[in-house]
Design a protein around this ligand. Sequence first.
Ligand SMILES: Nc1nc2c(ncn2[C@@H]2O[C@H](COP(=O)(O)OP(=O)(O)OP(=O)(O)O)[C@@H](O)[C@H]2O)c(=O)[nH]1
Ligand SMILES: [Mg+2]
Length: 219
Amino acid sequence: MEKTFKMQAKSFKVFVTGFFNSGKSTLVHTLDNKAIHVEKKLKKAYDKEKTTTTTGIDLGRMVWVRPNLSYKTEGVIMSKTEFLRDKGEYLGWHVNNFELKGSPGQMQFSTVRKILAKGSDGVIFLIDGSDVPSIGNALVIMEDIKAVLGHKIPIKIIANKSDKEDYQGGEMISNLVGEQVYEGSGKFNIGVKDAIIAILKIIANSDNAENKTKLEAVV
Ligand SMILES: Nc1nc2c(ncn2[C@@H]2O[C@H](COP(=O)(O)OP(=O)(O)OP(=O)(O)O)[C@@H](O)[C@H]2O)c(=O)[nH]1
Ligand SMILES: [Mg+2]
């Protein structure tokens, strides 16, 4: 029999949010260079480098592939485009589609953000680790998102832009937000996949919680 993939029925929805300039669109684009971005040009570049701001959505199409469905298995994530190119390497593996849905970060787009958040299975929350004063606004957004998705929604926080010289460090940010954060750089693809896989594992395991209990009871 021809060996193929085990396509999982469930497609996961991961919401990427945070305050203005935290690096949401950059992260989605780094992971899927064919991602859709609905944005507008800024009248004047922000911080010299930033020329656009998201007014609508960032949408990346991704897959999570795992050699088995053990809750300990990390697997790997990649864009759907990369997967279709290299799929021969993953014959026999389990494949979940998932979307990375980025939101606008400006406070004035709060309604758009809340509408986009609806139906998400988990959240990647970005904080600009080189801009500590932005944490106040970030925490307001965090509360808004929890109000939409419920306080039990899986959230992983990334202290982003760890490559920058003026990065303040994950420890300081962990202390400010009251939980351990991931450190990374969306621009240079450092650390961010770990946070996303952690979210996917929580979602998948909560999805399978009932089945897993049954299996464990049999064993
Ligand atoms: N050095 C560094 N710069 C980054 C990183 N991620 C994003 N940037 C820069 O930070 C700026 C903001 O990035 P965006 O991806 O537009 O941020 P955003 O969160 O989508 O912004 P809004 O949509 O306006 O809320 C850009 O100039 C990026 O090049 C990173 O990991 N390291
Ligand atoms: Mg953006």
